[in-house]
Ligand binder design. Structure first.
Ligand code: BV8
Ligand code: ZN
Length: 252
């Protein structure tokens, strides 16, 4: 898709969906899911560590990894891609932002009502009774190579706290997934930003938009050429492509 037709699609869109993966936070310096396994966790496969079984088997190893990752999203700032997405909401009649990411950079860039399909690093809950702690977790200075950390206990039932993310083998939050599918079915333009589209059912979202007749644009430097004629690839980093798109389409 040449930029001109994408720009006119943005200008005339009634309802735009933006669907993001870890690539939208890459330019903020946040390691993507696969790059987040260094130091103590180097020898693990993410799909093996991000599971309830791993947590049951070795809670300190898994909790330590998530605290290490939680600390790594506190310093980084939203990058121009996050800011452009927040700005886009001010230019189109309706925008639905759906993310697979567990960081809060969209919120910190000013986006509202972000649909988190895979939960959040900032919402730990009790593994036994699902209650969230009354107080937010303290910041800890995690060593570069990481460390094992015993999870804190739930003040209500004494169970272990777990990260508030969706692990492999766990179902996605029902309300979030149905809101995401509804937006995909109704939108006329979907921007898929920084995702390899391998994790289901989240990866269904762009397919549903395309099948419902929307134009789908993948923004990903390593994206592969899409299959159908309603899907397009902008093989650029999000932090470059999105601000340029907004500037061309809406000026400012
Ligand atoms: C479920 C939270 C069952 C945790 C995550 C076989 C076939 C199909 C499906 C399955 C299968 N076997 C198992 C399954 C199901 C499984 C699945 O899909 N597995 C995959 C691996 C095959 N799915 C599940 O288990 C889901 N649950 O199915 O439940 C069920 C059903 C009914 C009832 C009960 C149960 C749960 C999946 C959720 C897993 N949790 N995250 C955590 O963060 O620790 S997913 C995790 O990985 C991330 O959230 C992310 O979404 C995903 C991929 O991570 P990354 O690689 O980091 O990011 P991404 O893929 O987005 O890649 C980065 C991209 O950005 C790249 O393409 C890169 O080129 C690009 N990029 C880089 N820089 C830039 C850029 N783009 C733009 N600009 C840049 N600057
Ligand atoms: Zn509890």
């Amino acid at each position: 898709m040449i930029l001109a037709s994408l720009i006119s699609a943005l200008r005339s869109a009634r309802h735009v969906v933006v669907f993001t993966g870890a690539g939208v936070s890459a330019e903020s310096g946040i390691p993507t899911f696969r790059d987040a396994l260094t130091g103590l966790w180097e020898r693990f496969d993410p799909g093996e560590l991000a599971t309830p079984e791993a947590f049951r088997r070795d809670p300190a190893l898994v909790w330590g990894w998530y605290e290490w990752r939680r600390m790594r999203v506190l310093q980084p700032q939203p990058n121009p891609a996050h800011l452009a997405i927040a700005d886009l909401a001010r230019h189109v009649p309706q925008l639905t932002l759906i993310t697979q990411n567990v960081d809060d950079l969209h919120e910190r860039a000013g986006s509202e009502d972000v649909i988190h399909l895979h939960g959040s690093l900032h919402r730990p809950r009790c593994f036994a009774c699902a209650r969230e702690p009354a107080e937010p977790l303290p910041a800890a200075d995690e060593p570069e190579g990481g460390r094992r950390l015993e999870p804190p206990r739930c003040s209500h039932c004494g169970g272990r706290l777990r990260p508030g993310v969706v692990w492999f083998g766990e179902s996605l939050p029902v309300a979030a997934l149905s809101a995401a599918f509804k937006a995909a079915d109704e939108c006329d333009l979907l921007l898929s930003v920084g995702t390899s589209g391998v994790v289901y059912p989240a990866a269904e979202v762009p397919h549903r938009a395309r099948d419902a007749g929307a134009t789908v644009v993948h923004i990903n430097p390593q994206g592969e050429a899409p299959g159908s004629n309603r899907e397009h690839l902008l093989a650029l980093p999000a932090g470059k492509a999105l601000p340029e798109l907004l500037h061309e389409a809406f000026g400012g």
